[in-house]
Design a protein around this ligand. Structure first.
Ligand code: SF4
Length: 885
């Protein structure tokens, strides 16, 4: 009998419901949960491939101290003693936790409680700082609380959706699909995309404003001005429920005085600006979606408030189909906010600076101490690690050596830190290499708890797999260390439901509607209630047991006056400037089929097939100007460091601006961590780094040789100045290049592919005149690995060789084809995967489009099934039809 479990996708902040099925043989399959109100059965390519990522490959299974396996008793006791001795000697501020929006709420709650209530410092911050802390700060300034006012259903009820700083199609694909469907059902729904890049999200746009990077706040300031000038003000709402409009307009009237001024500042035509302003002003039901493209600036908080101001002046908040809507990046960024996972928050949306809140939390926790001031935010926290102020650091479920800005500096800090603890499910990440203590944490499928998505919906993540080795839940690991530090009673939890109920009770403790976050309706739930809990949007109270789909419906906010605040936003410039040395501006972000630092999605062949290597997207004018050729290797540099990535020449970029994805790390590439280039520049209010604007230079790299290796085993690459690896079906695919030709290719190749191997057959071909080498390891009749080297990129296609590797045994002519470097006739290279669900490659698609005269996505779907499942590839299919790729 198969087992079906309702759980939640562990990737983005959409928080899609998933049904995991385990059959009698133990195989896992996943599909979207039709009853989950966030996705109604849809999954994107990442969610649909979740089953591919389950496996023991690369897991850490036992506690380790200095690289040696130990018992839990020893590792927990050792960690507790080290933390206590550092606190005794240097004080509580000498220790810190760096946690993650990947943690479940229960884990997050316990970590925050230990740090803020018992160790007594607020030095706990989270990687959510990097993705949405500016949105938090903007909401708090405007509403007095970190409240996302909207629901996903508002996307369907809106008449105008503005996507600004959000490539929703790739970063929140299921919400994008909801928008696409809403537009299909209601052709009057208008969509405006505001983005310097021509992203996949533009596919649904009625208007794309290719704004000058970093000027979104000016566009919205100008909109505020325009709305007032046109008397599109909701006077009743403004007078009854808001404060500060006049002061706010003072600046806007001058610095964004007219459509013409805004157009010049934003690099747009006045006609386009006017069209957008008219559309916004005449449409009552407007949802403005914003995400990292708004948040990741040194003035990200002001960006958020510039948007919120426009919704306040029109009173477009708290009603169906409208509101300023921050989409969060991570699956539990919102849960982290709820428990106080950011260094400037307390718990349950309470404030550290508020003495009443401190007393309340101290009493509730029966805590010995509560810090009176905010702790160090992520970038400052790692600076304090670097300068020795912080001597013990516990990193949970995140990879700061890749994801933080200036990653060379972060790595130095970790190297210098006296005591580093890492809790992770993976053994080898760029961060675990610095761990003195490594705790094996459970991962998705094993973990049990709750997460909150971007629309305040709390859902259960449920376990459906046995926990391997000695891995444990994060809440358990933290609680055990806390108990060994001497805080026995306060951390005496047996089950995540104990933690969740305490969290729920704290949210309602002396609340009386004074705080937005209240889930006291869950405080008395029993174990069965937790097990069967269905997704609900907070607040969830005795009065509102079914939750609340929308906030501020009564115009009451959480400021002292109960009125929402207009925030005066000044004009800003990004900090980094271009120069002769660094003439281009680098933007970073996500790609469609990878998640964060690829520890999970990098395991999936179908996800890796979409984009196999890191890349730099640049406009063809810049390619010409800097002499960069298609698919060449490019060295990208600035004073912080240099990386090497593949050229992707695309006019979806604006000239002068380049884009590199955030995902690649040292496990998947030799030197492509884009964080190495990013400056330590942050928003002074939110502490969020300016990931969207870094000055760099580019130079084409001309290696002496190029090559690729396909191997059933993971390899350690040497002799190459560039390498990148991606997962194929049953194999690893390496792209390599080197500056110095090997003296003896045969020896090098055999050392790499045949070391310590007995009874293997090695076949090879070397054309010394042309510098071309091919070698293959054949073992028990099957192709185990092969290597192809040449002086240029004129190398054989990879797919037919990958197909040979998957065969149980090789025919004679297939052996010959390896050495000639030519596929047998009839074998076809499918090319880069466009449709991950059905593994349909670009070559297959282009052939079908040409030969069968396919002119619509539906026609492609009928012919090849591509685009008929999750829909994530539809914008790319349309571009292929338009021959735009
Ligand atoms: S949109 Fe995709 S990645 Fe995000 S939660 Fe849903 S299935 Fe997961």
């Amino acid at each position: 009998m198969s087992l079906k479990v309702q759980t939640t996708c562990p990737y983005c902040g959409v928080g899609c419901g998933v049904i995991a099925t385990i059959d009698d043989a133990g195989s896992v399959s996943v599909k979207g949960d039709p009853t989950h109100p966030s996705n109604f059965s849809r999954l994107c390519s990442k969610g649909a491939a979740l089953a591919d990522t389950i496996g023991m490959d690369g897991r850490v299974l036992y506690p380790e101290v200095d690289g040696v396996e130990y018992s839990w008793e020893h590792a927990l006791g050792y960690t507790a003693r080290k933390f206590n001795s550092i606190i005794d000697e240097h004080g509580a501020n000498a220790v810190a936790f760096y946690v993650s929006g990947q943690l479940l709420t229960e884990d997050y709650y316990v970590a925050n409680k230990l740090m803020k209530g018992f160790i007594g410092t607020a030095n706990i911050d989270t990687n959510s700082r990097l993705c949405m802390s500016s949105a938090v700060a903007a909401y708090k300034r405007a509403f007095g609380s970190d409240t996302v006012p909207c629901s996903y259903e508002d996307l369907e009820r809106a008449k105008l959706i503005v996507l600004t700083g959000s490539n929703t199609a790739w970063c929140h694909p299921v919400l994008y699909q909801r928008i696409v469907k809403a537009k299909k059902l209601n052709p009057d729904l208008m969509v405006v995309v505001i983005d310097p890049r021509q992203t996949a999200s533009c596919d649904v746009a009625d208007q794309h404003l290719a704004i000058q990077s970093g000027t979104d706040h000016i566009l919205f300031k100008g909109l505020l001005n325009y709305l007032v000038q046109q008397d599109e003000v909701n006077h009743l709402f403004v007078s009854q429920f808001t404060e500060g409009l006049d002061a706010c307009l003072d600046d806007a009237k001058h610095s964004a005085a007219s459509i013409g001024v805004v157009a010049v500042e934003c690099g747009l035509s006045a006609r386009d600006v006017e069209r957008f302003y008219k559309l916004f002003s005449r449409t009552e039901r407007v949802v403005t979606v914003f995400s990292q493209g708004i948040n990741q600036w040194s003035y990200g908080t002001d960006n958020g408030n510039a948007i919120i101001n426009c919704h306040l002046v029109t009173g477009r908040i708290g009603r169906p189909g409208m509101g300023p809507f921050s989409f969060t990046g991570q699956p539990n960024a919102m849960g982290g906010r709820e428990v106080g996972g950011l260094a400037n928050q307390l718990a349950a949306h309470m404030d550290i600076e508020n003495s009443k809140h401190r007393q309340l939390v101290k009493k509730f926790w029966n805590a010995p101490r509560i810090p009176e001031k905010a702790g160090l935010k992520a970038v400052d926290l790692f600076k304090a690690v670097h300068n020795g102020e912080i001597k013990a650091l516990w990193i949970m479920a995140t990879n700061p050596a890749v994801s933080l800005p200036n990653s060379n500096f972060v790595r130095e800090a970790l190297e210098k830190c006296k005591f580093v603890v890492v809790s992770d499910c993976m053994r080898n990440t760029d961060t675990t290499r610095y761990a003195n203590v490594l705790f094996p944490a459970q991962t998705w499928g094993e973990r049990d708890g709750t997460v909150t998505n971007s629309e305040r919906r709390i859902s259960r993540q449920r376990a459906f797999l046995p926990t391997p080795g000695q891995a444990r839940p994060d809440w358990w690991i933290i609680s055990k260390v806390a108990q060994k530090m001497g805080f026995t009673e306060a951390f005496d939890y047996d089950h995540p439901v104990d933690v969740f109920k305490e969290h729920a009770a704290l949210s309602g403790y002396k609340n009386n509607s004074s705080r937005d976050f209240d889930i006291s309706g869950y405080a008395t739930m029993d174990d069965t209630g937790y097990e069967t809990m269905q997704p609900l949007q907070w607040p969830v109270t005795q009065e509102k047991p079914e939750g609340s789909s929308r906030m501020f419906t009564d115009g009451q906010f959480f400021t002292p006056s109960k009125k929402a605040q207009f925030i005066n936003v000044k004009n800003h410039q990004p900090v980094a400037e271009t120069s002769g040395a660094y003439p281009l501006i680098l933007n970073t972000g996500r790609v469609r089929d990878q998640w964060h630092t690829m520890t999970r999605t990098g395991k999936s062949a179908r996800l890796s097939g979409h984009i196999q290597e890191s890349f730099i997207a640049l406009h063809s004018d810049d390619a010409k100007k800097y002499n960069i050729h298609k698919d060449s290797l490019v060295q990208v540099s600035n004073d912080n460091g240099q990386i090497i990535v593949r050229a992707n020449i695309s006019d979806s970029q604006q000239p002068g601006y380049v884009f590199i994805p955030m995902h690649w790390n040292d496990q998947f590439s030799g030197n492509s961590v884009v964080g190495k280039l990013i400056d330590n520049i942050v928003d002074p209010i939110s502490g969020q780094p300016e990931f969207k604007h870094t000055a760099v230079s580019i130079k084409e790299k001309l290696p002496a040789w190029y090559g690729f290796i396909l191997s059933r085993r993971k390899l350690i690459i040497s002799h190459a100045s560039y390498w990148s690896v991606s997962r194929g079906r049953g194999l690893w695919c390496y792209e390599v290049a080197g500056d110095e030709a090997a003296g003896d290719w045969a020896n090098c190749a055999r050392q790499l592919l045949c070391q310590n191997a007995n009874n293997v057959e090695w076949v090879e071909y070397f054309d010394s005149a042309q510098g071309r080498y091919r070698g293959a390891r054949i073992e028990n009749g099957h192709l185990e690995s092969c290597i192809f080297i040449g002086p240029d990129q004129d190398l054989p296609e990879r797919d037919w060789l990958a197909q040979l590797i998957s065969k149980a045994s090789l025919e004679d002519d297939e052996r010959i084809s390896i050495l000639t470097g030519k596929p047998l006739s009839g074998q076809h290279d499918v090319g880069r995967i466009i449709c991950s669900c059905f593994s349909v490659g670009v070559n297959t698609l282009m052939d079908a489009i040409k030969q069968q005269h396919l002119t619509t996505v539906d026609a492609i779907g009928t012919a090849l099934k591509a685009g008929t499942n999750c829909g994530s590839c539809v914008p790319e299919l349309k571009r292929l039809i338009n021959k735009d790729l």
